[in-house]
Design a binder for this molecule. Structure first.
Ligand code: PEP
Ligand code: MN
Length: 365
């Protein structure tokens, strides 16, 4: 049985989005069998489609195929469960690992029902992040499963729904799985680059990034013939493409045996600590000046936000950043945060009743 609590190296999970036919499943498994390091075969049996009228999976019939793949190729298999009936059937067909999908994690009622169905059953379970970026729901689902005595748990990061255009189908928002790791260091996190990417050309960069930040595995949708796939056609790759992708990925170590490594790193870290302190002092100085501007604006009866000034700041700082090799995306976010706080500080002063003492310290200009 896969033990997520004792993973030595990243788990690689591969297989089609959906089990479409016995042939498709067996041909995919046959072509995957010689790719090193694949430890789990996936296939969706019940497919949660956004709109009705699309392929929703073959249910119990496909579970039988999946259990035959397990026997024939001697590989553990996993599938998504979204209700107690799914759990019951998955157990009946000796499915090795089950996962809770993104749409189900969003619903605490469903997670509770699945948790009850899993009570007293020792099966490893993977929990995908909810559709929208609410870490508490993800944690809530993990806790609900833990509460029925299951500790053999992994989380799956599959990105988050968002409005608007972006190159990826779902936004990765890497800080969310990193926050989960900080709160639950013992729960491995497996990245699902397929559902983040939505298109196969982004799979490599997302997978590599996941490994670089210490994620504990990858789940990659693999289909014997993606061009005729009945679900998630654009993001699936063939077993030979998977083999190439895995061979190109760099699997990094958590640390180095080199005795000099820690000392060298410590020196760099000291420099970073000093730079961060300088940055914080500069930010505090900037906010002091903002307070003085606010007092002056108040005296002259002028509002806090000045569009032309904000535009000028953005333009000028972006030009400087370009020369300094700082990304435009980063500086835009950073300045927006600084500006938002400056407006808050100014608002506080502008709204302050004149009889209240104003607590600010003056900076030498
Ligand atoms: C899937 O893994 O095929 C799936 C439906 O994923 P998600 O729940 O991440 O959308
Ligand atoms: Mn899919």
């Amino acid at each position: 049985m896969i033990d997520f609590t004792k993973l030595q190296s990243p788990v690689i999970i591969a297989g089609p989005c959906s089990a479409e036919s016995k042939e498709q499943l067996f041909q995919t498994a046959e072509s995957i069998k010689n790719i090193p390091n694949i430890s789990l075969f996936r296939a969706g049996i019940w497919k949660p489609r956004t709109s009705p009228g699309k392929f929703e999976g073959h249910g119990e019939t496909a579970l039988k195929w999946l259990s035959e793949v397990k026997q024939q190729y001697n590989i553990p298999v996993c599938t998504e469960v979204a209700s107690p009936q799914h759990v019951e059937l998955a157990l009946k067909y000796h499915i090795d690992v089950v996962w809770i999908g993104a749409r189900t994690t969003t619903n605490p009622f469903s997670v509770n029902e699945i948790a009850s169905a899993l009570q007293n059953v020792q099966i490893p379970i993977m929990i995908k992040n909810p559709m929208h970026p609410e870490i508490k729901l993800w944690i809530g689902a993990i806790e609900r499963i833990m509460n029925v005595g299951i500790n053999n748990i992994a989380a799956i990061h599959r990105g988050f729904f968002y409005y608007g255009n972006d190159q990826y189908r779902n936004k990765p928002l890497w800080q969310i799985p990193l926050e989960l790791k900080t709160q639950f260091p013992d729960i491995p996190i497996i990245c699902d680059p397929s559902h983040i990417a939505g298109k196969k050309e982004y799979l490599f960069e997302i997978s590599q990034k996941a490994l670089n930040i210490g994620m504990n595995g990858l789940m990659i949708e693999t289909h014997i013939n993606p061009s005729i796939a009945l679900s998630d056609k654009e993001q699936q790759i063939t077993p030979s493409e998977l083999k190439i992708l895995l061979s190109k990925l760099k699997f990094l170590d958590t640390t180095s045996d080199d005795p000099l490594f820690k000392n060298t790193l410590d020196i760099f870290r000291q420099i970073i600590d000093e730079i961060d302190e300088d940055i914080l002092n500069l930010i505090a100085r900037r906010f002091d000046v903002v307070q003085q501007i606010a007092l002056y604006k108040k005296e002259k009866n002028v509002m806090a936000f000045q569009l032309s000034r904000w535009k000028e700041i953005l333009k000028n700082r972006k030009t400087i950043s370009k020369e300094l090799n700082i990304s435009e995306h980063f500086i835009h976010h950073f300045l927006s945060l600084l500006h938002e706080e400056s407006i808050n500080i100014q608002n506080k002063i502008l709204n302050q009743n004149d009889t209240e003492p104003i607590t600010h310290k003056k900076t030498e200009l």
